[in-house]
Write a protein that binds this ligand. Structure first.
Ligand SMILES: [Zn+2]
Ligand SMILES: [Zn+2]
Length: 464
């Protein structure tokens, strides 16, 4: 999803694609899904294709393979039902000059290109695919004065419902770890442009399952730098430091997993850190919502700018506040832009913003749902990248890139036929089974349109 964010407003004039972007034709969009053994091959070629596909998966998942790969014959299985039929779901033209495809000449990745990317010439998974380690680890990161007094912030989206959702989306076990804690804040002594704040550093403590002879939990330590605006006391964390710390954490052979499960190096496919703290990379960044080290299978994402009440200045990273209602436009309205932003009552009768966010429990059900939806989408989008899915240019899809928050929030929750087939090939699930599990994981979260969409797919597939 979006990396560096700028303010944007849509205009309905014709905004062109990036001059180097080549819009796929209808034929190319259909071809991107790859060929189906049952449709285009003789019985023996079909058998060879299915055998080859099965080679890519580990034996311990063998019982599900017969069912999973029988799907490969069924082009229809991937084609969404209803209004979102493939022919109508091309990636929309840019509506704003900051939109993803107005700014990025994305090349796209067909199913065949994906398979080539992941396999060696002998047809087996290449090392990059990291097959065999299959747990997805979700690791919260929180800031706190002390490790003993650390908890996920109460203005954050609850993490527990993300576990079954990610599990269903990727057909893999998901483990939610106790939080890693950033504490011992101090000046780092690094030079920084004063208008960007002061340089600070934290000790980041990762929970392990070991304890010392007094029974105290042991932590693995790393240093993470950041910046702080002294007037507002707001802090942003250096994203690359966090990623390096995660990489060390994930690779530490001595670590028993803090959740009591298997050690990380032997069992985890990836470590996905989640934080309500703000991240940045370059001093000019307003913020960065997240990033992955794909080869190292670590990623960190911040939900802080996904808060449904947030309103932010388009240029100053520390200048934001919270409105009384949730809104899909997260930037300041003109009248909010004043030298002290959130602290001063805005003109034009706009209600003043408050510096502190409302807690999750104090938001309306609708705002809670919207917050959860935004977080769920970025989580699965980024996990998709860790499974090797590039940005999708063929259809409306959760793997579409986005240039800013407005575009982020409009992105759909589902995988398009091309990306669904990639993931199914990689992970070996039955498409129908996956939709059922995904529907279960959404129940009670209020994500009605997503639930309805999946219901429609199931109805169509089961009636066929
Ligand atoms: Zn992306
Ligand atoms: Zn796609």
């Amino acid at each position: 999803m979006a990396k560096r964010k700028q303010s944007t407003k849509s205009n309905n004039g014709g905004i062109p694609f990036h001059p180097d972007f080549v819009e796929p034709t209808e034929t190319e969009r259909h071809a991107a899904i790859g060929s189906f053994p049952g449709a285009t091959h003789t019985a023996s070629t079909r058998k060879a294709m299915l055998n080859e596909a099965q080679l890519h998966l580990d034996d311990d998942r063998a019982p599900s393979l017969v069912e999973s790969f029988s799907d490969l014959d069924e082009a229809k299985l991937y084609e969404p039902a209803g209004k979102r039929a493939m022919t109508t779901m091309a990636v929309p033209k840019p509506r704003d000059e900051q939109d993803w495809l107005a700014c990025v000449p994305e090349e796209g990745q067909t199913f065949d290109e994906y398979v080539r990317f992941l396999t060696t010439r002998s047809g087996r998974f290449s090392r990059i695919a990291n097959v065999g380690y299959d747990h997805i680890v979700l690791l919260p990161i929180v800031r706190s004065r002390s490790v003993s007094d650390s908890h996920w912030p109460d203005h954050g989206v609850p993490l527990e419902p993300l576990v079954p959702l990610a599990k269903a989306f990727f057909h893999r076990p998901v483990r939610l770890f106790p939080p890693a804690v950033l504490c011992d804040e101090k000046p780092s002594g690094d030079r920084m442009n004063p208008s960007q704040g002061v340089a600070i550093s934290f000790t980041m403590k990762f929970p392990t399952a070991s304890s010392d002879h007094n029974g105290r939990q042991q932590y693995l330590h790393a240093t993470v730098t950041g910046r702080k605006d002294l007037a507002s006391q707001r802090v942003q964390l250096n994203l690359e430091d966090v990623l390096y710390a995660l990489k060390t954490f994930r690779e530490d052979e001595s670590l028993l997993a803090a959740d009591g499960g298997e050690p990380l190096p032997n069992s985890s496919f990836c470590v996905m850190a989640i934080t309500m703290d703000d991240l940045y990379m370059d001093p000019t960044d307003l913020f960065v919502s997240g990033m992955a080290f794909g080869g190292d299978k670590v990623a960190v994402f911040s939900f802080s700018r996904y808060h449904p009440h947030i309103k932010m200045h388009p240029g100053r990273w520390f200048d934001f506040g919270y409105g009384t209602k949730h809104d899909n436009y997260s930037y300041y309205e003109e009248a909010h832009i004043n030298p002290i932003g959130a602290r001063k009552k805005a003109k034009k009768n706009l209600p003043a913003l408050t510096p502190e966010p409302p807690t999750f429990d104090n938001m309306t059900r609708q705002a809670q749902t919207e917050f959860f939806r935004r977080c769920a989408k970025i989580l699965v989008h980024e996990l998709g990248h860790l499974y090797g899915l590039d940005h999708c240019i063929f259809n409306r899809c959760i793997m579409n890139g986005t240039g800013h928050l407005v575009e982020d929030f409009l992105a759909p929750f589902h995988l398009c036929p091309v990306c669904l087939r990639k993931l199914q090939w990689r992970l070996g699930f039955s498409v129908v089974y996956r939709y059922k599990k995904l529907a279960d994981s959404l129940r009670g979260l209020g994500m009605d349109k997503e639930e309805k969409w999946i219901g429609k797919q199931l109805e169509t597939l089961e009636s066929a």
